[in-house]
Ligand binder design. Structure first.
Ligand SMILES: *[C@@H]1O[C@H](CO)[C@@H](O)[C@H](O)[C@H]1NC(C)=O
Ligand SMILES: *[C@@H]1O[C@H](CO)[C@@H](O)[C@H](O)[C@H]1NC(C)=O
Ligand SMILES: *[C@@H]1O[C@H](CO)[C@@H](O)[C@H](O)[C@H]1NC(C)=O
Ligand SMILES: *[C@@H]1O[C@H](CO)[C@@H](O)[C@H](O)[C@H]1NC(C)=O
Ligand SMILES: *[C@@H]1O[C@H](CO)[C@@H](O)[C@H](O)[C@H]1NC(C)=O
Length: 368
């Protein structure tokens, strides 16, 4: 992967090397008067430094530890907050799913373009690629990409809901996200099949005592009720000792969770009272704002995210999320027309999620 950064011509490579050398010489001269030599730790952490010439000056100043730290610090907002999503080939590469019109990653990016106040957020998105093809596609899109190494496991293909590979991929994800927390970054985790129609930061609580704000499949009306059915496809979490402890405990359950996906294990932990034990303050998010196919948002003027949850296959998700973006565009157009006539859009409904219901083998309209 890192070879991608290499200038192909040996001439430019030489230029880069000599520039780097000049940089180090300069650093050494300017720092050699101090008693300790700060170059040594930098060098030992950066034995791969010449591979990415662009980062050399920043590395000398901020001393990032590794590739992940580089990606995170680049994407981070000033308050150490990033947006994280995971892709594998089936989610990112248009060549992977022959029957799907587009990829889920493309739909996600399109939603950021079509959403309200969401375009600038793309700079803060870190796309974590689970395989090489997804990483290359991400680089091609000029996004903030991180390649998550996965020891010998094949994460490329579509992972059918609850298959063994699906579950393993989820646990790898949990371990990674715990690492991000330990590095002191707050983040919004979003599945790639979540459409961002408004800027979530405007609808999330800013109260710093709230450690975790997590979406629900079905919202029971009480944001503090642990009886809500959490959905780990979208949440906002602050980095602190309590959330790190939660992720440690969550991940440590993986050995004892045969046939369960990480979401169910977290749900089990919540039911066992882990939130009180770790003194975590968790807000469960209302589906009016943070919605999904399990429970549609009933209000287009408030809807912020739409998750293709309660849905099994990628092709079905692409089909139905395409309809979501179409609904959203039509709503915005209608609202503009109505505003010109001093009116508001009275009622506006989502298109039925037919693709997803077909994939479950359900006939007819379940959109109540
Ligand atoms: C970080 O800053 C952004 C932009 O100002 C804000 O919307 C967001 O709520 C902040 N995040 C946290 C976790 O404080
Ligand atoms: C945050 O929430 C806590 C607990 O409900 C409350 O005591 C505190 O006043 C809130 N802080 C702000 C700034 O609203
Ligand atoms: C978090 O834990 C570390 C190590 O146990 C401790 O030094 C630190 O003070 C704790 N921070 C907070 C905010 O509790
Ligand atoms: C695994 O689960 C069983 C049954 O709930 C429990 O008795 C056992 O202690 C657990 N083992 C670990 C390592 O958590
Ligand atoms: C819209 O409402 C405003 C204030 O209520 C009024 O001044 C304006 O004439 C109205 N425009 C139309 C097209 O009805």
């Amino acid at each position: 992967m890192k070879m991608d950064h290499y200038p192909k011509g040996s001439l430019s490579y030489l230029t880069v090397l000599s520039l780097l050398f000049a940089g180090f010489l300069y650093l050494w001269i300017t720092t050699s008067s101090s008693t300790s030599n700060p170059l040594l730790p930098i060098q030992s952490q950066y034995n791969c430094l010449p591979q990415n010439p662009e980062i050399a000056p920043a590395a000398a100043i901020a001393v990032p530890r590794d590739d992940l730290e580089l990606v995170l610090s680049k994407a981070s907002m000033p308050n150490r907050t990033v947006i994280i999503t995971f892709v594998n080939r089936a989610y990112a590469d248009p060549g992977a799913e022959v029957d799907a019109g587009t990829t889920l990653l493309d739909l996600f990016i399109r939603s950021l373009w079509l959403g309200e106040g969401t375009r600038g957020l793309l700079d803060h998105v870190v796309v974590v690629a689970m395989d090489r093809a997804a990483y290359r596609m991400c680089r091609f899109r000029r996004l903030n990409c991180y390649r998550l190494e996965t020891d010998g496991v094949d994460f490329r293909g579509e992972k059918v809901y609850m298959s063994e590979d699906f579950i393993r991929m989820m646990w790898r994800r949990t371990a990674f996200l715990g690492d991000v927390l330990k590095r002191g970054y707050n983040f919004i985790f979003t599945d790639t099949d979540v459409m961002w129609l408004r800027n979530p930061f405007t609808k999330l609580s800013r109260n710093e005592s709230e450690d975790l704000q997590i979406s629900t499949d079905v919202f029971n009306g009480n944001p503090w009720s642990e009886d809500n059915f959490i959905n780990t496809g979208f949440y906002s979490i602050r980095s602190n000792n309590k959330t790190v402890a939660l992720f440690d405990e969550w991940y440590s359950r993986r050995e004892n969770a045969t046939g369960k996906k990480e979401q169910d294990v977290l749900l089990g932990l919540v039911r066992e009272g882990v939130l009180k034990r770790l003194d975590l303050r968790v807000r469960f998010l209302d589906t009016i704002f943070f919605s999904g196919f399990c429970e549609d948002s009933k209000d287009f003027t408030e809807v912020t995210t739409v998750h293709a949850n309660c849905c099994r296959s990628i092709t079905a998700k692409v089909f139905d999320l395409t309809a979501v973006l179409r609904d959203w565009k039509r709503f915005k157009l209608l609202r503009k027309k109505m505003a010109a006539a001093n009116g508001t859009v009275a009622s506006w409904r989502w298109t039925n999620h037919m693709g997803c219901w077909r994939a479950w083998g359900v006939r007819g309209n379940r959109n109540n």
